[in-house]
Ligand binder design. Structure first.
Ligand SMILES: NC(=O)c1ccc[n+]([C@@H]2O[C@H](COP(=O)([O-])OP(=O)(O)OC[C@H]3O[C@@H](n4cnc5c(N)ncnc54)[C@H](O)[C@@H]3O)[C@@H](O)[C@H]2O)c1
Length: 373
Protein backbone atom coordinates (compact mmCIF):
# COMPACT_ATOMS: atom_id res chain seq x y z
CA UNK A 1 0.00 0.00 0.00
CA UNK A 2 1.17 3.52 -0.86
CA UNK A 3 1.95 5.93 1.97
CA UNK A 4 1.06 8.76 -0.39
CA UNK A 5 -1.79 11.19 0.22
CA UNK A 6 -4.91 10.40 -1.81
CA UNK A 7 -5.74 13.43 -3.92
CA UNK A 8 -8.89 14.55 -5.75
CA UNK A 9 -9.31 17.32 -8.29
CA UNK A 10 -12.29 19.68 -8.39
CA UNK A 11 -12.41 21.52 -11.73
CA UNK A 12 -11.70 19.48 -14.86
CA UNK A 13 -11.00 22.26 -17.36
CA UNK A 14 -7.91 23.30 -19.27
CA UNK A 15 -5.21 23.05 -16.59
CA UNK A 16 -6.42 19.78 -15.03
CA UNK A 17 -4.73 17.84 -17.84
CA UNK A 18 -1.28 19.15 -16.82
CA UNK A 19 -1.80 18.11 -13.17
CA UNK A 20 -2.96 14.63 -14.20
CA UNK A 21 -0.16 14.25 -16.74
CA UNK A 22 2.64 15.40 -14.41
CA UNK A 23 1.50 13.69 -11.17
CA UNK A 24 3.39 10.42 -11.83
CA UNK A 25 6.65 12.43 -11.92
CA UNK A 26 6.24 13.55 -8.34
CA UNK A 27 6.27 11.94 -4.90
CA UNK A 28 3.87 12.21 -2.00
CA UNK A 29 0.47 12.01 -3.69
CA UNK A 30 -1.71 9.92 -5.98
CA UNK A 31 -4.61 11.48 -7.88
CA UNK A 32 -7.47 9.04 -7.40
CA UNK A 33 -10.60 10.95 -8.44
CA UNK A 34 -11.81 14.05 -10.30
CA UNK A 35 -15.01 16.10 -10.01
CA UNK A 36 -16.61 19.07 -11.71
CA UNK A 37 -19.85 21.00 -11.54
CA UNK A 38 -20.18 19.80 -15.15
CA UNK A 39 -20.04 15.97 -15.04
CA UNK A 40 -19.18 15.80 -18.77
CA UNK A 41 -15.86 17.50 -17.99
CA UNK A 42 -15.18 15.18 -15.03
CA UNK A 43 -16.04 12.06 -17.05
CA UNK A 44 -13.82 13.15 -19.95
CA UNK A 45 -10.76 13.65 -17.70
CA UNK A 46 -11.51 10.44 -15.77
CA UNK A 47 -11.59 8.43 -19.02
CA UNK A 48 -8.44 10.11 -20.34
CA UNK A 49 -6.34 9.44 -17.21
CA UNK A 50 -7.93 6.29 -15.76
CA UNK A 51 -9.15 7.84 -12.50
CA UNK A 52 -12.61 7.91 -10.85
CA UNK A 53 -15.19 10.57 -11.77
CA UNK A 54 -17.21 11.80 -8.80
CA UNK A 55 -19.74 14.51 -8.15
CA UNK A 56 -18.22 17.29 -6.05
CA UNK A 57 -20.30 16.15 -3.08
CA UNK A 58 -19.16 12.51 -3.38
CA UNK A 59 -15.53 13.51 -3.80
CA UNK A 60 -15.69 15.58 -0.60
CA UNK A 61 -17.21 12.59 1.23
CA UNK A 62 -14.62 10.08 -0.07
CA UNK A 63 -12.47 8.43 2.60
CA UNK A 64 -9.58 7.79 0.18
CA UNK A 65 -9.08 11.53 -0.44
CA UNK A 66 -6.89 13.49 1.99
CA UNK A 67 -6.26 16.56 -0.16
CA UNK A 68 -8.16 18.31 -2.95
CA UNK A 69 -6.64 20.37 -5.76
CA UNK A 70 -8.96 23.28 -6.55
CA UNK A 71 -8.78 23.89 -10.32
CA UNK A 72 -12.05 25.77 -10.65
CA UNK A 73 -12.33 29.30 -12.04
CA UNK A 74 -11.08 32.08 -9.71
CA UNK A 75 -14.61 33.23 -8.78
CA UNK A 76 -15.30 29.75 -7.35
CA UNK A 77 -12.00 29.36 -5.45
CA UNK A 78 -13.32 30.60 -2.08
CA UNK A 79 -16.50 28.51 -2.08
CA UNK A 80 -14.79 25.32 -3.28
CA UNK A 81 -11.71 25.61 -1.03
CA UNK A 82 -13.92 26.35 1.97
CA UNK A 83 -16.05 23.25 1.29
CA UNK A 84 -12.85 21.15 1.03
CA UNK A 85 -11.50 22.45 4.35
CA UNK A 86 -14.88 21.99 6.04
CA UNK A 87 -14.85 18.38 4.83
CA UNK A 88 -11.63 17.95 6.86
CA UNK A 89 -9.36 17.73 3.81
CA UNK A 90 -6.29 19.77 2.91
CA UNK A 91 -6.64 22.06 -0.10
CA UNK A 92 -4.12 23.09 -2.77
CA UNK A 93 -5.57 25.88 -4.92
CA UNK A 94 -4.54 27.09 -8.33
CA UNK A 95 -3.77 30.78 -8.45
CA UNK A 96 -5.15 33.26 -7.67
CA UNK A 97 -5.63 31.68 -4.23
CA UNK A 98 -8.72 33.88 -3.60
CA UNK A 99 -9.89 37.34 -4.64
CA UNK A 100 -9.48 39.39 -1.45
CA UNK A 101 -7.51 39.51 1.77
CA UNK A 102 -10.73 38.92 3.74
CA UNK A 103 -11.37 35.72 1.77
CA UNK A 104 -7.80 34.52 2.38
CA UNK A 105 -8.10 35.21 6.10
CA UNK A 106 -11.48 33.45 6.23
CA UNK A 107 -9.98 30.32 4.65
CA UNK A 108 -7.03 30.46 7.05
CA UNK A 109 -9.47 30.40 9.98
CA UNK A 110 -11.46 27.47 8.53
CA UNK A 111 -8.22 25.53 7.93
CA UNK A 112 -7.04 26.10 11.50
CA UNK A 113 -10.45 25.13 12.93
CA UNK A 114 -10.41 21.87 10.93
CA UNK A 115 -6.68 21.20 11.55
CA UNK A 116 -5.90 20.93 7.85
CA UNK A 117 -3.52 22.83 5.60
CA UNK A 118 -3.80 25.30 2.73
CA UNK A 119 -1.43 25.33 -0.22
CA UNK A 120 -1.55 27.48 -3.32
CA UNK A 121 0.08 27.81 -6.71
CA UNK A 122 2.24 29.18 -8.14
CA UNK A 123 5.06 26.75 -7.52
CA UNK A 124 7.20 27.94 -10.44
CA UNK A 125 9.41 29.83 -7.96
CA UNK A 126 10.63 26.34 -7.00
CA UNK A 127 12.06 26.02 -10.55
CA UNK A 128 15.78 25.78 -11.28
CA UNK A 129 16.24 29.37 -12.52
CA UNK A 130 14.34 31.05 -9.71
CA UNK A 131 16.06 28.98 -7.04
CA UNK A 132 19.39 29.88 -8.64
CA UNK A 133 18.40 33.56 -8.56
CA UNK A 134 17.54 33.21 -4.88
CA UNK A 135 20.79 31.46 -4.11
CA UNK A 136 22.88 34.09 -5.95
CA UNK A 137 21.04 36.92 -4.18
CA UNK A 138 21.57 35.23 -0.80
CA UNK A 139 25.27 34.82 -1.64
CA UNK A 140 25.52 38.57 -2.29
CA UNK A 141 26.46 38.18 -5.98
CA UNK A 142 24.71 41.46 -6.91
CA UNK A 143 25.02 43.01 -3.44
CA UNK A 144 21.91 44.47 -1.83
CA UNK A 145 18.96 44.58 -4.23
CA UNK A 146 17.76 48.18 -4.29
CA UNK A 147 15.35 48.16 -7.23
CA UNK A 148 14.12 46.27 -10.26
CA UNK A 149 11.43 45.73 -12.85
CA UNK A 150 8.93 42.95 -13.52
CA UNK A 151 7.10 43.07 -16.84
CA UNK A 152 4.23 40.85 -17.98
CA UNK A 153 2.65 42.31 -21.10
CA UNK A 154 0.91 40.72 -24.07
CA UNK A 155 -2.31 40.90 -26.03
CA UNK A 156 -4.02 38.01 -24.12
CA UNK A 157 -6.08 35.87 -23.56
CA UNK A 158 -9.05 35.58 -25.91
CA UNK A 159 -6.93 34.17 -28.73
CA UNK A 160 -6.01 30.87 -26.98
CA UNK A 161 -8.53 30.04 -24.22
CA UNK A 162 -11.85 28.72 -25.56
CA UNK A 163 -13.78 30.24 -22.61
CA UNK A 164 -11.79 33.40 -21.73
CA UNK A 165 -14.70 35.17 -19.94
CA UNK A 166 -13.19 34.82 -16.44
CA UNK A 167 -9.96 36.51 -17.47
CA UNK A 168 -11.83 39.80 -18.03
CA UNK A 169 -14.16 39.72 -15.01
CA UNK A 170 -13.43 40.69 -11.39
CA UNK A 171 -10.88 38.16 -10.21
CA UNK A 172 -9.20 38.06 -13.62
CA UNK A 173 -7.05 40.65 -15.36
CA UNK A 174 -3.29 40.40 -15.67
CA UNK A 175 -2.62 41.19 -12.01
CA UNK A 176 -4.76 38.46 -10.46
CA UNK A 177 -4.19 35.97 -13.28
CA UNK A 178 -0.44 36.37 -13.93
CA UNK A 179 0.63 38.59 -11.03
CA UNK A 180 0.90 35.61 -8.65
CA UNK A 181 3.89 34.22 -10.61
CA UNK A 182 5.79 37.54 -10.58
CA UNK A 183 4.88 38.73 -7.09
CA UNK A 184 5.47 35.29 -5.54
CA UNK A 185 8.90 35.07 -7.14
CA UNK A 186 9.80 38.60 -5.99
CA UNK A 187 8.71 37.69 -2.44
CA UNK A 188 10.73 34.46 -2.44
CA UNK A 189 13.82 36.42 -3.58
CA UNK A 190 13.40 39.73 -1.73
CA UNK A 191 11.00 39.02 1.13
CA UNK A 192 7.60 40.59 1.86
CA UNK A 193 6.11 43.78 0.38
CA UNK A 194 5.51 46.78 2.66
CA UNK A 195 3.42 49.14 0.48
CA UNK A 196 2.14 49.53 -3.07
CA UNK A 197 0.55 52.04 -5.39
CA UNK A 198 -0.55 51.95 -9.01
CA UNK A 199 -2.34 53.44 -12.00
CA UNK A 200 -4.70 51.16 -13.93
CA UNK A 201 -6.79 51.21 -17.11
CA UNK A 202 -8.34 49.11 -19.89
CA UNK A 203 -7.96 49.57 -23.65
CA UNK A 204 -11.46 48.33 -24.56
CA UNK A 205 -14.84 47.49 -23.01
CA UNK A 206 -15.14 44.09 -24.76
CA UNK A 207 -12.82 41.42 -26.21
CA UNK A 208 -13.65 39.15 -29.13
CA UNK A 209 -12.93 35.41 -28.77
CA UNK A 210 -10.74 34.33 -31.68
CA UNK A 211 -10.46 30.62 -30.94
CA UNK A 212 -12.71 27.56 -30.48
CA UNK A 213 -16.48 27.07 -30.74
CA UNK A 214 -17.31 30.59 -29.48
CA UNK A 215 -15.08 32.35 -32.05
CA UNK A 216 -16.43 35.82 -32.87
CA UNK A 217 -18.33 36.20 -29.56
CA UNK A 218 -17.64 39.39 -27.58
CA UNK A 219 -16.98 39.12 -23.82
CA UNK A 220 -17.21 42.09 -21.44
CA UNK A 221 -14.11 43.61 -19.79
CA UNK A 222 -14.87 44.44 -16.15
CA UNK A 223 -11.37 44.62 -14.68
CA UNK A 224 -8.25 46.69 -15.50
CA UNK A 225 -6.19 45.18 -18.30
CA UNK A 226 -3.26 47.60 -17.96
CA UNK A 227 -1.61 48.14 -14.57
CA UNK A 228 1.53 50.14 -13.73
CA UNK A 229 2.38 49.42 -10.10
CA UNK A 230 5.15 50.30 -7.66
CA UNK A 231 6.01 47.78 -4.94
CA UNK A 232 8.10 48.83 -1.97
CA UNK A 233 9.57 45.84 -0.10
CA UNK A 234 10.34 45.55 3.64
CA UNK A 235 13.98 45.03 2.56
CA UNK A 236 14.00 48.53 1.04
CA UNK A 237 13.93 47.32 -2.60
CA UNK A 238 11.59 49.20 -4.96
CA UNK A 239 10.13 47.27 -7.92
CA UNK A 240 8.18 48.59 -10.91
CA UNK A 241 5.60 46.02 -12.05
CA UNK A 242 3.97 46.50 -15.46
CA UNK A 243 1.16 44.09 -16.27
CA UNK A 244 -1.00 44.39 -19.38
CA UNK A 245 -3.10 42.49 -21.89
CA UNK A 246 -3.33 45.58 -24.12
CA UNK A 247 0.20 45.43 -25.58
CA UNK A 248 0.95 43.79 -28.94
CA UNK A 249 4.74 43.59 -28.56
CA UNK A 250 7.47 44.84 -26.25
CA UNK A 251 11.21 44.31 -25.80
CA UNK A 252 11.53 44.78 -22.04
CA UNK A 253 13.37 42.08 -20.08
CA UNK A 254 10.82 40.08 -18.03
CA UNK A 255 12.48 40.64 -14.66
CA UNK A 256 15.62 42.60 -13.78
CA UNK A 257 17.01 43.19 -10.31
CA UNK A 258 19.49 45.99 -9.65
CA UNK A 259 21.88 45.52 -6.74
CA UNK A 260 24.69 47.54 -5.22
CA UNK A 261 27.22 45.19 -6.92
CA UNK A 262 25.47 44.29 -10.17
CA UNK A 263 22.37 43.42 -12.17
CA UNK A 264 20.51 40.12 -12.46
CA UNK A 265 18.29 39.22 -15.39
CA UNK A 266 15.76 36.67 -14.08
CA UNK A 267 13.77 34.57 -16.58
CA UNK A 268 9.98 34.44 -16.73
CA UNK A 269 8.57 33.15 -13.39
CA UNK A 270 5.58 31.76 -15.29
CA UNK A 271 8.00 28.89 -16.05
CA UNK A 272 10.33 26.72 -13.97
CA UNK A 273 13.42 27.15 -16.20
CA UNK A 274 14.91 29.78 -18.51
CA UNK A 275 18.19 31.64 -18.87
CA UNK A 276 19.49 33.70 -15.97
CA UNK A 277 22.36 36.18 -16.33
CA UNK A 278 24.37 38.32 -13.96
CA UNK A 279 26.39 41.44 -14.75
CA UNK A 280 28.83 42.36 -12.00
CA UNK A 281 29.08 46.17 -11.78
CA UNK A 282 29.78 47.43 -15.34
CA UNK A 283 31.16 44.11 -16.65
CA UNK A 284 29.74 41.75 -19.25
CA UNK A 285 26.52 39.75 -18.72
CA UNK A 286 27.41 36.16 -17.75
CA UNK A 287 24.88 33.34 -18.10
CA UNK A 288 24.57 31.30 -14.90
CA UNK A 289 23.21 27.78 -14.57
CA UNK A 290 23.29 24.88 -12.15
CA UNK A 291 22.47 21.22 -12.18
CA UNK A 292 18.93 21.41 -10.76
CA UNK A 293 16.28 18.89 -11.79
CA UNK A 294 13.52 21.50 -12.16
CA UNK A 295 15.34 23.09 -15.11
CA UNK A 296 15.39 20.03 -17.35
CA UNK A 297 12.95 20.33 -20.28
CA UNK A 298 10.27 17.65 -19.86
CA UNK A 299 7.12 19.11 -21.39
CA UNK A 300 6.37 19.12 -25.08
CA UNK A 301 10.18 18.75 -25.21
CA UNK A 302 10.67 22.49 -24.98
CA UNK A 303 10.38 23.66 -21.43
CA UNK A 304 10.69 22.55 -17.84
CA UNK A 305 7.21 22.05 -16.38
CA UNK A 306 7.06 20.58 -12.90
CA UNK A 307 3.56 21.89 -12.05
CA UNK A 308 2.65 19.88 -8.97
CA UNK A 309 6.06 20.32 -7.31
CA UNK A 310 4.47 22.63 -4.75
CA UNK A 311 1.81 20.02 -4.13
CA UNK A 312 4.41 17.24 -3.75
CA UNK A 313 6.30 19.42 -1.26
CA UNK A 314 3.03 20.04 0.62
CA UNK A 315 2.06 16.34 0.63
CA UNK A 316 5.49 15.22 1.85
CA UNK A 317 5.51 17.99 4.47
CA UNK A 318 2.08 16.93 5.74
CA UNK A 319 3.33 13.33 6.01
CA UNK A 320 6.50 14.49 7.81
CA UNK A 321 4.83 17.18 9.94
CA UNK A 322 7.08 19.95 8.54
CA UNK A 323 6.20 23.33 6.94
CA UNK A 324 5.55 23.50 3.19
CA UNK A 325 6.73 26.16 0.76
CA UNK A 326 3.54 27.16 -1.15
CA UNK A 327 1.85 27.95 2.13
CA UNK A 328 -1.11 29.95 3.43
CA UNK A 329 0.95 32.93 4.71
CA UNK A 330 2.72 33.36 1.37
CA UNK A 331 -0.51 32.96 -0.64
CA UNK A 332 -2.37 35.39 1.64
CA UNK A 333 0.38 38.01 1.38
CA UNK A 334 0.46 37.72 -2.42
CA UNK A 335 -3.34 38.12 -2.57
CA UNK A 336 -3.08 41.23 -0.41
CA UNK A 337 -0.37 42.73 -2.65
CA UNK A 338 -2.37 42.05 -5.83
CA UNK A 339 -5.69 43.35 -4.54
CA UNK A 340 -3.99 46.39 -2.99
CA UNK A 341 -2.45 47.18 -6.40
CA UNK A 342 -5.95 47.13 -7.92
CA UNK A 343 -7.43 49.19 -5.07
CA UNK A 344 -4.62 51.74 -5.38
CA UNK A 345 -5.50 52.06 -9.08
CA UNK A 346 -9.10 52.90 -8.14
CA UNK A 347 -8.38 55.24 -5.22
CA UNK A 348 -4.99 56.74 -6.07
CA UNK A 349 -3.74 55.82 -2.59
CA UNK A 350 -0.54 54.24 -1.33
CA UNK A 351 -1.64 50.98 0.34
CA UNK A 352 0.22 49.72 3.41
CA UNK A 353 0.25 45.92 3.68
CA UNK A 354 -1.46 44.42 6.73
CA UNK A 355 0.14 40.99 6.23
CA UNK A 356 3.69 39.78 5.95
CA UNK A 357 5.31 36.36 5.49
CA UNK A 358 8.63 34.58 5.69
CA UNK A 359 10.41 33.81 2.45
CA UNK A 360 9.62 30.17 1.58
CA UNK A 361 12.53 27.81 2.30
CA UNK A 362 15.01 27.42 -0.56
CA UNK A 363 14.81 24.33 -2.77
CA UNK A 364 18.28 23.28 -3.84
CA UNK A 365 19.04 20.51 -6.35
CA UNK A 366 19.05 17.71 -3.73
CA UNK A 367 15.78 18.90 -2.15
CA UNK A 368 14.19 19.09 -5.62
CA UNK A 369 15.37 15.54 -6.44
CA UNK A 370 13.67 14.36 -3.25
CA UNK A 371 10.31 15.53 -4.67
CA UNK A 372 10.71 13.47 -7.85
CA UNK A 373 9.41 9.90 -8.08
N1 LIG B 1 -5.33 27.20 -18.26
C1 LIG B 1 -4.09 27.39 -17.84
O1 LIG B 1 -3.11 27.27 -18.61
C2 LIG B 1 -3.82 27.73 -16.40
C3 LIG B 1 -2.51 27.80 -16.00
C4 LIG B 1 -2.23 28.04 -14.68
C5 LIG B 1 -3.25 28.23 -13.79
N2 LIG B 1 -4.54 28.20 -14.18
C6 LIG B 1 -5.58 28.44 -13.16
O2 LIG B 1 -6.31 27.24 -12.97
C7 LIG B 1 -7.69 27.54 -12.71
C8 LIG B 1 -8.55 26.85 -13.75
O3 LIG B 1 -8.17 27.33 -15.03
P1 LIG B 1 -8.65 26.57 -16.36
O4 LIG B 1 -7.97 27.27 -17.46
O5 LIG B 1 -8.48 25.11 -16.20
O6 LIG B 1 -10.22 26.96 -16.35
P2 LIG B 1 -11.38 26.26 -17.20
O7 LIG B 1 -12.46 27.28 -17.34
O8 LIG B 1 -10.84 25.60 -18.41
O9 LIG B 1 -11.88 25.08 -16.20
C9 LIG B 1 -12.51 25.32 -14.97
C10 LIG B 1 -13.37 24.10 -14.61
O10 LIG B 1 -13.92 24.32 -13.31
C11 LIG B 1 -15.29 23.91 -13.34
N3 LIG B 1 -15.99 24.64 -12.28
C12 LIG B 1 -16.28 25.97 -12.24
N4 LIG B 1 -16.90 26.28 -11.08
C13 LIG B 1 -17.00 25.13 -10.37
C14 LIG B 1 -17.53 24.81 -9.09
N5 LIG B 1 -18.09 25.75 -8.32
N6 LIG B 1 -17.46 23.53 -8.68
C15 LIG B 1 -16.91 22.57 -9.45
N7 LIG B 1 -16.39 22.82 -10.68
C16 LIG B 1 -16.42 24.09 -11.13
C17 LIG B 1 -15.77 24.24 -14.73
O11 LIG B 1 -16.92 23.48 -15.08
C18 LIG B 1 -14.54 23.87 -15.57
O12 LIG B 1 -14.56 22.53 -15.98
C19 LIG B 1 -7.81 29.06 -12.72
O13 LIG B 1 -7.71 29.53 -11.41
C20 LIG B 1 -6.60 29.50 -13.53
O14 LIG B 1 -6.14 30.79 -13.17
C21 LIG B 1 -4.86 27.93 -15.46
Amino acid sequence: MSDNLGVGIIGCGNISAAYLQLAPLLKGYDIVAVADINMDNANARADEFGVRANTVEDLLASDDIDLVINLTIPAAHLEVSKAVLQAGKHVYSEKPFVLSLAEAQELGEVARANKVRIGSAPDTFMGASHQLARSLIDDGTIGTVTSGTAIVMSHGMEHWHPNPDFFFLKGGGPILDLGPYYICNLVQMLGPVQKVTSFTGAASATRTISNGPREGEAVPVETPTTIHALLSFESGAIITLLASWDVWTNDHPIMELYGTEGTMNVPDPNFFGGELSVTERDGEAVTKSWDHPFGIPNFEDVHANYRGAGLADMALSILAGTPHRCNDDLATHVVEVMTAVLEAGETGQVMNMKTTCDRPATLGPEQAKALLA
